[in-house]
Design a protein around this ligand. Structure first.
Ligand code: ADP
Length: 190
């Protein structure tokens, strides 16, 4: 099962990714988490991406694609995976398609979480108060939303064309949303 979860910042992607991955026995892979952990550990990669992330911009495709290629080559991804926060640009969509095609695989489903955006800005501000993430201030949140709409939202159109897009209402209880997602994934065999 090779899955992607998409949705604006604060849609609950990370939370749902973890729940869905556990339910289907596949790893949840968040490019944002990989970058944050590198920043925390002060790695070379972390140093390269820190200023970009703090400003809410996108890490260049070459760098992001390479990170994903390495991660997907690990053994735990053999039965499948759930990508959260990737792909985010058309270049990343093409790269992922080609990467999977090399092994005769393809993306099985793209889950788009739909949410009320004002509610999500509030969720992110609440998270900032608890987790202290450097990119969770109102200005950066608005910037990430704007970038999501111009850069990432059009990707859903590509996946809709490929016939793999499923839209799921992301508002409501965490478990309720997980059940909704799981229900639409029952027929997926890629
Ligand atoms: P959110 O979805 O709330 O913005 P993420 O953890 O997915 O949070 O991403 C945080 C930041 O990490 C992004 O704003 C961006 O700077 C960087 N990032 C994560 N994934 C990608 C990607 N696929 N391409 C480019 N930049 C990325």
């Amino acid at each position: 099962m090779r899955l992607i979860i998409m949705g604006p910042p604060g849609a609950g992607k990370g939370t749902q990714a973890a729940h869905i991955a556990t339910r289907f026995g596949i790893p949840a892979i968040s490019t944002g988490e990989i970058f944050r952990s590198n920043i925390k550990r002060g790695t070379e990669l972390g140093k390269r991406v820190e200023s970009i992330m703090v400003a809410g911009g996108y890490v260049p495709d070459e760098l992001t694609n390479e990170i994903v290629e390495d991660r997907l080559a690990q053994a735990d991804c053999e039965p499948g995976f759930l990508l959260d926060g990737y792909p985010r640009t058309t270049g990343q969509v093409e790269f992922l398609d080609e990467l999977l095609a090399r092994d005769g695989h393809r993306v099985g489903a793209v889950i788009e979480l739909t949410v009320d955006e004002e509610a999500t800005v509030q969720r992110l501000l609440d998270r900032a108060a608890v987790q202290g993430r450097a990119d969770d201030n109102e200005e950066t949140i608005r910037e990430r939303m704007a970038i999501y709409h111009t850069e990432t939202a059009p990707l859903t159109a590509i996946y809709a064309d490929h016939g793999v897009l499923v839209r799921v209402d992301g508002m409501g209880d965490i478990d309720e949303v997980t059940d909704r997602i799981a229900a639409v994934l029952t027929d997926i065999d890629d």
